[in-house]
Ligand binder design. Structure first.
Ligand SMILES: NC(=O)c1ccc[n+]([C@@H]2O[C@H](COP(=O)([O-])OP(=O)(O)OC[C@H]3O[C@@H](n4cnc5c(N)ncnc54)[C@H](O)[C@@H]3O)[C@@H](O)[C@H]2O)c1
Length: 424
């Protein structure tokens, strides 16, 4: 939130100039993509595993970059174990980007670093798999959309629910009329954890982490300068300087997949409320552990009712697509339930539809593998990416509007013609 607009514009102009200067480099259909992993923390290593499991033979992890030496070493070990290779290692992502043998990069760093890394990667001629959210602020997202509108580089945003076969089935069922007209989606995410558990975003902080071996300055990047703080480095999701919290970490997946399934992207009006209610003891988190958002689309006669609470896990997470003839819900990304409406007097043809459940174990793993496969196929010119920049833009903006509403205590309106928001 602290980025100056002038800096963004200056850096963007520099990136755009470089993009034009960069020669188009195509990858032959038979060659393996040479991948650079930027960020080998939890997600970067998970994506490395999924890539080796899901698209063997289509890529090599040829280089990795991380500012924390502990995670760089873990990333290197993983590539050795899964890929039998020894990648080049970097602490500065710009040095990795300068390596001409790298075709494409995966960016799996904290949210506040996404904008600059994406722009620099495109300027260096790389294809990009960018973890969600697209950016950290409305202004950054606007700049990305504008500056990269005509890029020939292939960008896949890491909202893998689009590649999940159950959401694809839900989309098809809705198109076939199985739930009738759908004007309403209820989406939720409920979690609980021990005070030092990952469910509460209190990830373990390595005891040996120091200002030097984490490269604190590079972690801060465009964020405001402050003294070294291990919690901020390893638990960055809890602080506004690096994250929009629930809205861009969890909700972003759910509004993105709603846009995919029913075609409704950025809402016209957003109202959000919440706070830090559960994790108050010895906890300096800034982002709420409790939010409710009402996302409204009056011209489309559509509404999303969203809630998230990190203090009880009973109801799990999922999305319910509620039509006048039935409901489709996808729970935990791995179970699809279909329920025809059953109110008194419901027409016979609706009643005749059979309720059913389909469960696919480990389905998020499969979705991520499919998402990476789709990105590599798009780089080879065989497919189109399923989560392009515009999808990332819509999901990120929806998250930012929720944060703006929550922090200002006001309703926020989005103008779809100018791509700008106002406070009501
Ligand atoms: N799609 C999904 O389902 C999903 C799931 C988890 C995380 N994510 C996303 O992945 C990204 C990373 O999340 P995470 O959980 O892996 O966080 P993490 O803190 O575990 O990992 C981030 C890594 O980035 C490194 N890093 C920090 N600054 C850097 C810099 N300037 N240059 C290079 N490396 C730097 C850190 O040392 C760390 O290893 C986030 O955008 C997050 O939202 C997506």
């Amino acid at each position: 939130m602290e980025l100056s607009r002038r800096n963004i514009l200056r850096n963007t102009a520099a990136s755009a100039a470089l993009t034009t200067a960069t020669a188009f480099k195509s990858m032959s259909a038979n060659s393996k993509a040479q991948i650079g992993m930027i960020g080998t923390g939890g997600r970067g290593r998970y994506l490395t595993e999924r890539a080796y499991a899901g698209v063997p033979g289509q890529m090599d992890v040829a280089a990795i970059c991380d500012t924390f030496t502990g995670n760089l070493a873990r990333g290197k070990d993983l590539v050795a174990t899964k890929g039998g290779a020894s990648p080049k290692t970097y602490a500065d992502y710009k040095e990795l980007l300068a390596d001409k043998s790298i075709d494409a990069v995966v960016i799996a760093t904290p949210e506040h670093l996404h904008f600059r890394m994406l722009m620099d990667a495109i300027a260096a001629g790389k294809h990009v798999y960018l973890e969600k959210p697209l950016a950290h602020t409305v202004e950054e997202a606007q700049e990305i959309k504008k500056a990269l509108a005509k890029t020939d580089r292939i960008v896949q945003v890491g909202t893998q629910n689009r590649s999940n076969s159950l959401y694809q089935k839900a989309k098809q069922m809705i198109q076939e009329g199985m739930i009738g007209e759908c004007h309403y989606v209820r989406a939720f995410w409920y979690r609980n954890a021990l005070p030092d558990g990952s469910g509460a975003w209190r990830y373990a902080v390595p005891a040996d982490a120091t200002e030097q071996n984490t490269d604190w300055k590079r972690f801060l990047g465009p964020a405001r300068t402050r003294a070294f703080n291990k919690n901020r480095y390893f638990q960055w999701r809890l602080y506004w300087d690096y994250s929009n919290g629930i809205a861009t970490d969890l909700m972003v997946h759910q509004t993105d997949v709603t846009a995919y399934v029913v075609g409704k992207g950025i809402p016209h009006e957003v109202m959000a409320n919440g706070g830090v209610y559960r994790w108050t003891k010895n906890d300096d988190r800034e982002v709420p552990d409790t939010i409710s958002c009402l996302l409204d689309y009056p011209p489309d006669k559509f509404h999303i009712n969203y809630s998230c609470y990190l203090g009880n896990s009973r109801q799990g997470y999922g999305e319910q697509f509620m039509g006048d003839e039935g409901t489709i819900e996808v729970i935990s990304r791995s179970t699809l339930n279909f329920y025809p409406e059953a109110y008194p007097g419901v027409p016979g043809h609706i009643k005749a539809r059979k309720e059913f459940t389909q469960t696919i174990p480990n389905n998020d793993n499969l979705a991520v593998e499919s998402h990476i496969r789709n990105w590599l196929a798009a780089i080879r010119g065989e497919e189109k990416v399923i989560a392009p920049i515009n999808a990332g833009f819509e999901a990120a903006i929806t998250g930012f509007l929720s944060t703006v509403s929550l922090r200002s205590g006001r309703k926020v309106k989005w103008d779809h013609k100018t791509d700008k928001y106002t406070l009501a």
